[in-house]
Design a protein around this ligand. Structure first.
Ligand SMILES: NC(=O)c1ccc[n+]([C@@H]2O[C@H](COP(=O)([O-])OP(=O)(O)OC[C@H]3O[C@@H](n4cnc5c(N)ncnc54)[C@H](OP(=O)(O)O)[C@@H]3O)[C@@H](O)[C@H]2O)c1
Length: 314
């Protein structure tokens, strides 16, 4: 059982990330202690708002460690919340803002075994969802029998198995994952993908996954902050937000919540104020035709992902 909103820790578990305006929203020190304090404050606030799903990854710096420490501090071990994490990328930023490389990808069985041990050492039985981080067709992970067999075993140990996808071929990867069969079974029961008003291409594949009974989690609902850029106040997004009496971030996230195939929207907020605004999305109901007008903002997948690839780590 999870909540419609989850809190993602990609932006708060390490000093640098690709979201816009981090210097505005994360002023002051980015030391380990400072980010831990921020993360615990945000986790406390999220818990108070009723959020019960928290999304981490091995590559999000110390996100798992911050989450585990918070569970211990608040006495929330043993199922009070659901923690999800991801394997496949290793954090190599060395807690430096200016590291040329922040994360390295490896979807091998050795990587799964070693990262699962690290995630379990920190999150224990509160690790309830384990996802391949940004699975692609090119990485070959969905053809790797060793990995798929270990994931099938893990699904038998009370951990739900998922994958996250990224890039212009998200839909193809989801479809390939749905066709996986190892010993006649498919280990996957959850998918995490990017869908937002600038990038809607994975919609049909996510609907098919949902109809297959998979949990569908949506990430990057604000296009890494691009959707909350001080855009054209006369634009359709700002106009619709004004009509509904909410901020643009809430309107954009409401568009995701209104997709019948969407189970969980991940907030990437880094402050309690941002999170409160994001949660206003729960109160938005779109008029007929309004959503189709808003999804006209969508960019071609190659353009969208090309722009994302240019976002600086800050
Ligand atoms: N491959 C993967 O598996 C993958 C990839 C990406 C994300 N994720 C998951 O999805 C989660 C969310 O995605 P995301 O953080 O990358 O992207 P996002 O949700 O599209 O963007 C979040 C950013 O938008 C800005 N923002 C949010 N609320 C705001 C508000 N009320 N007012 C102004 N700005 C606001 C903040 O950026 P600033 O404060 O910097 O302005 C925030 O960091 C992650 O934490 C992670 O759990 C997974």
């Amino acid at each position: 059982m999870v909540t419609r909103f989850g809190l993602g820790l990609a932006a708060i578990g390490r000093p640098a990330y690709i979201n816009l305006h981090r210097s505005r929203d994360l002023p002051g020190s980015r030391s380990v202690a400072a980010m831990r304090t921020r993360a615990h404050g945000l986790l406390d606030h999220a818990f108070e708002t009723g959020i019960r799903y928290f999304d981490a990854a091995r590559s999000y710096g110390r996100a798992e460690e911050f989450l585990a420490g918070w569970l211990d501090l608040r006495g929330l071990r043993g199922g009070a919340v659901v923690c999800g994490s991801k394997w496949g990328y290793t954090y190599v930023g060395g807690w430096r803002m200016d590291a040329l490389v922040q994360e390295v990808k490896d979807h091998s069985l050795n990587q799964l075994v070693s990262q699962l041990a690290e995630s379990r050492r920190l999150l224990g039985d509160d690790l309830r969802l384990y996802q391949i981080h940004s699975a692609t067709l090119e990485s070959g992970v969905l053809e790797d029998r060793g990995v798929l067999s270990r994931l099938l075993e893990l699904s038998g140990e009370g951990v739900a198995i998922g994958l996250s996808v990224s890039g212009p071929r998200q839909a193809e990867v989801v479809e390939r994952a749905m066709a996986v069969s190892v010993d006649g079974r498919n280990p996957f029961t959850a998918v995490q993908a990017t869908w937002n008003l600038l990038q809607t291409a994975a919609g049909p594949a996510l609907r098919a996954a949902h109809d297959r009974g998979w949990a569908v989690l949506v990430k990057e609902g604000l296009a890494n902050g691009r959707l909350v850029e001080a855009g054209d106040a006369a634009g359709p997004l700002a106009q619709a937000a004004a009509r509904h009496g909410v901020a643009v971030d809430a309107l954009a996230l409401a568009a995701i919540l209104s997709q019948s195939w969407c189970d969980v929207v991940l907030s990437g907020a880094v402050t309690p104020q941002q999170l409160d605004s994001n949660l206003e999305a729960l109160g938005v109901t779109f008029d007929d035709g309004e959503l189709s007008e808003l999804t006209e903002l969508a960019e071609k997948p190659t353009d969208y992902w090309g722009r994302r690839a240019e976002l600086p780590w800050s």
